[in-house]
Design a protein around this ligand. Structure first.
Ligand SMILES: [Zn+2]
Length: 380
């Protein structure tokens, strides 16, 4: 399993200037390659290299590896665009958004992240420094810092490329680490997890994790945005961007803690984890229109990802189930009825009289669907 570990670089002002000039150069080069790719309709790495490799090395002062990474970055960006166009993610042919995307070359922010491989970046874990290629030559001895756990992971498990990232005036390296897979234990039943807005996550055991804190942060952010959007000044935009990042960091922190609690509970009780299929969550987002602003489907997606990798590290089985009618179905007798939900919080079966908190009832349905789904897929 692959994880990304972020470490913060602590460059001197001279080193920082060289890193800044380097990001600018590689992204100017990427913009140049992108324009050539677009003009020639040539998007394959091998072909594009013939047209651009020597030129960008000379013109932007790039080393061989950096030039190859730039070309690859451009190819990857066009591949993503073409996949999105084909999937209709940018609308139907002829619609404004799609025409805009198709009518000009992909552009690259001058501060966009740049991938580095082991030839352009080396790690001295003992000294806690890196040596990195820049257009001002190789910089040695740039200090980095991170949590003790991250540093240990890096020293033992780092493999492959790292991204050089500039954000909010700070420098980071996002390094990839590979962790050995833990064999998945055969689950003794499933812990069902219902995701929602009022309660971020509710388990079939009845544990409800409130979204109060997160919703309050989002609410404050929305109010601030409304005030600031009226004056579209540069400083207002900067402030908004900072707040958005702060909100995202807060949500990620909440999701990490939630995922940890859920996985720990499943591991402790030798159960697997049953989650709703994420496509279902997106459908539900569309249904609940008044609440759409509160609900960030990416946040659910992130929670699902965190649970998946924490579970994989613990050898806990994860299964995704069809989420349709989990909120209307009785978890005791199976009766499905809209009227089983007299209000948002309450589930009361019109057939057998079973009553429970609505989210707990839904989580129990998810747990039993997980059990059934696992039995089917592991019947052999
Ligand atoms: Zn019932």
């Amino acid at each position: 399993m692959k994880l990304v570990v972020q470490v913060k670089l602590l460059p001197t002002p001279e080193q920082a200037a060289a890193l800044e000039a380097t990001l600018r150069a590689v992204n100017e080069a990427a913009g140049h390659v992108s324009r050539i790719a677009f003009q020639k309709g040539c998007f394959r790495n091998f072909d594009l290299r013939k047209h651009t490799y020597e030129e960008i090395k000379a013109r932007f002062g790039l080393a061989a590896q950096a030039a190859q990474h730039v070309i690859k970055k451009v190819c990857d960006a066009y591949r993503t665009l073409h996949v999105n166009l084909a999937a209709g993610n940018l609308g139907k042919p002829g619609c404004a958004r799609r025409v805009k995307a198709e009518s000009k070359p992909i552009s690259f922010r001058l501060q966009a992240a740049q991938p580095y491989d082991d030839r352009c970046l080396s790690w001295q874990h003992g000294d806690r420094t890196v040596s990195i290629w820049t257009i001002a030559g190789r910089l040695r001895g740039i200090a980095f810092t991170g949590s003790a756990q991250q540093l240990a992971l890096l020293a033992e498990r780092r493999k492959g490329e790292s991204d050089l990232v500039w954000r909010d005036g700070m420098w980071f390296l996002h390094a990839t680490v590979e962790i050995a897979d833990v064999p998945v234990a055969a689950p003794d039943g499933f812990l069902g997890v219902d995701l929602g807005i009022h309660n971020l996550a509710t388990t079939s055991d009845g544990a409800r994790h409130s979204g109060k804190g997160l919703n309050a942060v989002r609410h404050r952010h929305r109010q601030l945005r409304r005030r600031l959007q009226a004056k579209a000044t540069k400083s207002a935009k900067r402030l908004l961007k900072r707040r958005r990042r702060k909100e995202a960091r807060f949500a990620a922190d909440v999701n990490h803690r939630l995922a940890k609690q859920i996985v720990t509970e499943a591991e402790r009780t030798a159960r697997g984890i049953a989650l709703e299929d994420l496509r279902g969550i997106r459908d539900r987002v569309r249904l609940r229109k008044p609440q759409r602003v509160t609900l960030h489907s990416w946040s659910f997606h992130q929670l699902g990802v965190f649970i998946a990798y924490k579970a994989a590290r613990a050898g806990v089985a994860v299964i995704h189930v069809d989420p349709s009618y989990t909120s209307q179905q009785c978890s005791r007798c199976g009766h499905v009825d809209k009227n089983n939900r007299p209000d948002q919080e309450t589930f009361a079966c019109t057939s057998c009289g079973f009553a429970e908190h609505a989210d707990v009832n839904a989580a129990r349905n998810i747990a039993s669907r997980g059990k059934a789904g696992w039995a089917v897929s592991h019947a052999a």
